[in-house]
Ligand binder design. Structure first.
Ligand SMILES: [Zn+2]
Length: 183
């Protein structure tokens, strides 16, 4: 993947790509996000889903963290408080919840192409996270790895998922269509 796109993903999802520049003895992420630019959106949407719970607990925390002893929804013009008063305890609880969710965000250990499909390996994840990953990997078999247009998997010689234009540019011939890759 192009350096600037790789960087964008790492900056948007630092928890997932926290090992991006770690030592090669620790992670395969040091080699970068090893797929074509055409799968950028698939990875972006996947990471957004993996971040979902964390982001919602973070926005909750951010919305109250500087408002100790203030009402949840501010004040009416006549000065009456709206909502309940935010206590330090409530703020601490929101922070703990956010940190708990941050710890559950999966950390990518390798992102690569194999047999024409995306492989998104993580250190650990919940069943829900694995379902998102599996969906993203399935979508890659229908998405041109070069440009992101609808594509199919070509299997003449080596496996690649391409749109009609990039298949023609690369002189690829369709041998059979398949939705799923070989493991
Ligand atoms: Zn294409």
């Amino acid at each position: 993947m192009r350096d600037d796109l790789d960087k964008q993903l790492c900056e948007k999802y630092p928890l997932i790509f926290r090992d991006r520049h770690a030592n090669m003895q620790v992670t395969a992420m040091c080699w970068g996000i090893g797929v074509g630019d055409g799968w950028y959106n698939i990875i972006d949407v996947l990471c957004g889903h993996l971040y979902n719970e964390y982001w919602s607990t973070k926005s909750r925390y951010d919305s109250i963290k500087d408002k100790v002893d203030q009402p949840t929804y501010g004040f009416k013009p006549d000065g009456d408080p709206v909502g309940k008063i935010i206590t330090q305890e409530l703020i601490d609880e929101a922070k703990a919840k956010m940190e708990e969710e941050a710890a559950k965000v999966p950390v990518a250990s390798q992102v690569k192409e194999k047999f024409g499909g995306l492989r998104f390996y993580v250190n650990a994840a919940t069943d829900k996270h694995y379902n998102y990953i599996s969906f993203a990997e399935s979508m890659s078999y229908r998405t041109c790895e070069e440009c992101g247009a609808p594509g199919k998997r070509y299997t003449d010689g080596w496996h690649t998922t391409l749109c009609d234009i990039h298949a023609a540019m690369n002189g690829r011939e369709e041998q059979y269509e398949s939705d799923e890759g070989d493991e």
